[in-house]
Design a protein around this ligand. Sequence first.
Ligand code: AMP
Ligand code: ZN
Length: 460
Amino acid sequence: MDIFLYNTLTRKKEVFKPIEEKKAKIYTCGPTVYNFAHIGNLRAYLFMDTLRRVLKYNGYTLTHAMNITDVGHLVSDADEGEDKMLKAARRENKDPFQIAEFYTEKFIEDLDRLNIDKPEIICRATHHIKEMEQYIQEIIKNGYAYETDDTIYFDTSKLDKYGVLTNINVEEQKAGARVDFDKKKKNKTDFALWIKAPENHLMKWNTFWGLCYPGWHIECSAMSRKYLGEIFDIHTGGIDHIPIHHENEIAQSKGATGKIPANYWMHCEFLVVNGEKMSKSLNNLYTLNDLQERGYSPSDYRMFNFSSHYRNKINFTFEAIESAKSALKRLKEGYKIHKQGEAHIEEKTITEYENRFLEAINDDLNMPVAMSIVWEIVKNQKKSKQFANLLKKFDLVLGLKIDEENKKDELPQEILELAKQRKTARENKDWTKSDELRDLILAKGYIVKDGKEGMTIEKK
Ligand code: AMP
Ligand code: ZN
């Protein structure tokens, strides 16, 4: 059966035609590791996981690279503002390399907790400075860059077209542009490839242009080419990557190789809270640990994500995750009942379900429709092992581990209640009470750990 994917490049759902039969080469823009991932960030990686699982379910072999941005780039996409890594280093009084190491580890832990099928290659920007340097030299040689006193800029006016994803009209932009951009840039859309490091800059490398650090976009061009070649199949990211980061990756590739690096560009919409983007300043930011403290496991969060298509916004509320939690519980119970069932189901019925499920997931990863088929099976009055086997097979895509019970992330209500009391005690600096509660939790078979991210509890 064909797989249809929505391609941001053509603004159409298209049949997926891989470069090599039954093989898919994918690149995903990974996180900037300067803080804990919030559940909004993690939605983007659940989308990546679903794509991987759907392709594998269809018999594809994957070569998938994801970067870790462990070098500081500037706070705004447009090369302005503060460097995120350096800001975090100051905040935590650490060196930026330690910051990167710590949050990379936490990010990978989050992927594991969510049962995210990890890319075959996870590559760090700081390990690929040489590749970036070489890439920039190729861009310069081909005449697509210019130097100022402290920056090498990409010259977007040299391209046949800049803005192929967003369909930017550069001419219009030029005409309408007020001179509100960096005066050293020739065109508003030009962006930094390589920046000369000021003396006190902490992350810098000795290169053909002296002590420098890279602009944000070059790492993805250099690493995707290194691991996947000049043209690969699918490039993924969040919708916020479309207008600048991915346009600039395409520009760089055109400058170096003359080609658009990927055939399909896929982007995941945002998770929002009451219609607003998740952010620290709005105090609506949650991590997996925050959810766990309130009694929701990473699998509950995974289940919650299936209620919306990846190209639609998803609104996070505690009512919604509560209903995802009870739905997951019902799904697991339904699976268990089928597992013990003795009814015989005609092969035709099984095949029909199988085809409908495949059609849904191959229709641009339509998980809400796929889940509706799962529920039809769960609710089928005939209870049968054949249905249990079918659900187990579908779980290769869902990744909900439907046959596992009492995972360590699912804490009993009693422990959650004690944890809440301990949190309050700590907030009140009542250390004696906090220690007593820790011992009580331990006596009930759970270990409490206090980290920078707050309290975590695991089964002994
Ligand atoms: P960053 O570390 O800021 O580069 O973000 C990592 C990933 O999270 C990117 O793919 C972003 O598109 C994605 N992202 C950030 N905020 C949200 C959100 N509220 N909902 C979904 N994805 C998000
Ligand atoms: Zn990228």
